[in-house]
Ligand binder design. Structure first.
Ligand SMILES: Cc1cc2nc3c(=O)[nH]c(=O)nc-3n(C[C@H](O)[C@H](O)[C@H](O)COP(=O)(O)OP(=O)(O)OC[C@H]3O[C@@H](n4cnc5c(N)ncnc54)[C@H](O)[C@@H]3O)c2cc1C
Length: 428
């Protein structure tokens, strides 16, 4: 047993052996592991709720929609699948989806629709080949701009990385442990994350503004007073770290600061409509790639049979549309639905909802991408400092970067590092 596990309030000078900042998937994953290791700990969360970028809300008060993470990616390696089974959440395996495409004002034949996936598969192979030549390339270098499907590929990558193709290093795509299993959760992935974490010791509405790590323990300044700890796990987004909202004393070493700036958050948002019950014909495919002029979208119709439709935006366009406000997002999605289903659909759309992650001060974007020209920055970000500050969160995952399960596993990994020790940067 390491020191930290048997550490009681009589044998230490701090409030807690371990404090975790942030109750998103990473913080909750860390807390779950700390509970298993019997480490007395506290999670500090600035928001009034747990879940972070996992958030399920309800259209018309009853239809669950995920404003943040939605797909249990890499399902066979995703711990949330086991949690879903344990907690009674239902999910759909993507092999069961009915996909098609709509382009040039008409539905495409199956073969043609398939060409879009083949094109993206070809881009992926190009990008992986590029990585072996030069790890510093951008994924844009692997997309054939002349292809008629290039606009859809640009859109697709902007959803995967939340930054545009010229802003993402090939390493991010190369390192991702893709299993091609993306399973949505019926009651909401955000609701699952919240339920999984409901028994974690979280103190809500507690914002950390300063981390003093100048001595042998950590002193945290929060809006609820000072809290001290032997070890600290930091899970806030790289957007929050880069904003300077949390002061570090002493400042973080240059390598760590470079890693934070090399892993900026992009943006991605969901747009949802609830619709009248029979608004879509019974045979309407559940998922369609929509490509018209300069606009590409993936549109989901009646997920799990619910009377609603949704799409999502990514990259620079997501930042721009979020800034335009709710009405602009509404008409952007409505226009696409009208061009596919005709103008009658307009009067059959009911409540509209849209997420706004870019301007959420506790997140500041969607998920991180490594900038082209930089390598191995996630490794640098995750390396502990002085065996006292530990780092978790989606940006620190080396294989499941950007994802909720990658964040959860990174939190667990950080607790293992606390317990078992790991090479740490010594910084005076
Ligand atoms: C639109 C969108 C779609 C997505 N889709 C998917 C998907 O389909 N599948 C998937 O796997 N992933 C998806 N993701 C990514 C996934 O949601 C994230 O990677 C994951 O949830 C990040 O978890 P985290 O714990 O690292 O960070 P966060 O969830 O950001 O948690 C950090 C927490 O720290 C808190 N905090 C911030 N500052 C402070 C402070 N000063 N003091 C105390 N607390 C603070 C925040 O409030 C937050 O709760 C999506 C994300 C978005 C935005």
């Amino acid at each position: 047993m390491s020191n930290i596990q048997g550490n009681t309030s009589q044998t230490r000078n701090t409030d807690y052996p371990l404090v975790i900042i942030g109750a998103g998937a990473a913080g909750l994953g860390a807390s779950e592991k700390a509970k298993q290791e019997k480490i007395d700990h506290l999670v500090l969360e600035a928001s009034h709720r747990i879940g972070g970028r996992g958030l399920t809300e309800y259209l018309e008060g009853t239809i669950p929609v995920d404003l943040g993470c939605h797909w249990m990616h890499c399902a066979s390696k995703n711990p949330y699948v086991k949690w879903a089974d344990k907690l009674g959440f239902e999910y759909q395996k993507d092999s069961d989806f009915n996909y098609t495409a709509f382009s040039g004002g008409k539905w495409l034949e199956k073969d043609q629709a398939h060409q879009i996936w083949n094109f993206i598969a070809q881009c992926n192979s190009n990008i992986i080949a590029l990585y072996t030549e030069s790890r510093e390339s951008a994924i844009a270098d692997g997309v054939d701009v002349e292809s008629e499907w290039a606009p859809y590929a640009y859109y697709w990558y902007s959803l995967m990385h939340s930054n545009d193709v010229d802003q993402v290093s090939v390493q991010d795509l190369f390192d991702f442990d893709e299993t091609h299993e993306d399973w949505p959760v019926k009651q909401g992935y955000g609701a699952l994350i919240e339920k999984q974490g409901q028994n974690c010791p979280v103190q809500l509405n507690t914002q950390v503004s300063k981390i003093d790590w100048s001595s042998n323990s950590v002193k945290l300044t929060t809006n609820k007073g000072i809290i001290t700890a032997d070890k600290l796990i930091i899970t806030v987004s790289t957007g929050v770290l880069a904003s300077g909202e949390i002061e570090f004393y002493p400042e973080l070493p240059e390598s760590k600061q470079n890693a934070i700036y090399s892993l900026p958050l992009g943006n991605s948002n969901y747009q949802f409509f609830s619709v009248e019950k029979d608004a879509f014909d019974p045979g309407t495919p559940e998922m369609m790639k929509y490509i018209e002029d300069d606009i590409s979208m993936l549109i989901h119709i009646q997920p799990f049979g619910a009377p609603c439709a949704y799409t999502s935006t990514g990259g620079r366009f997501a930042w721009w549309l979020e800034k335009q406000g709710t009405e602009a997002s509404r008409s952007y999605f409505e226009k696409a639905l009208v061009s596919v289903f005709g103008s009658n659909i307009r009067s059959r759309c009911r409540e509209f909802k849209v997420s706004a992650w870019g301007y959420d001060p506790l997140i500041r974007g969607a998920y991180s991408s490594q900038k082209p020209g930089s390598v191995d920055q996630r490794k640098i970000l995750k390396t502990p400092l002085n065996e006292m500050l530990y780092f978790a969160g989606e940006a620190t995952s080396l294989d499941f970067l950007n994802t909720a399960h990658g964040a959860f596993i990174s939190g667990q990994r950080a607790v293992e590092e606390v317990v078992n020790g790991v090479e740490s940067i010594q910084f005076k």
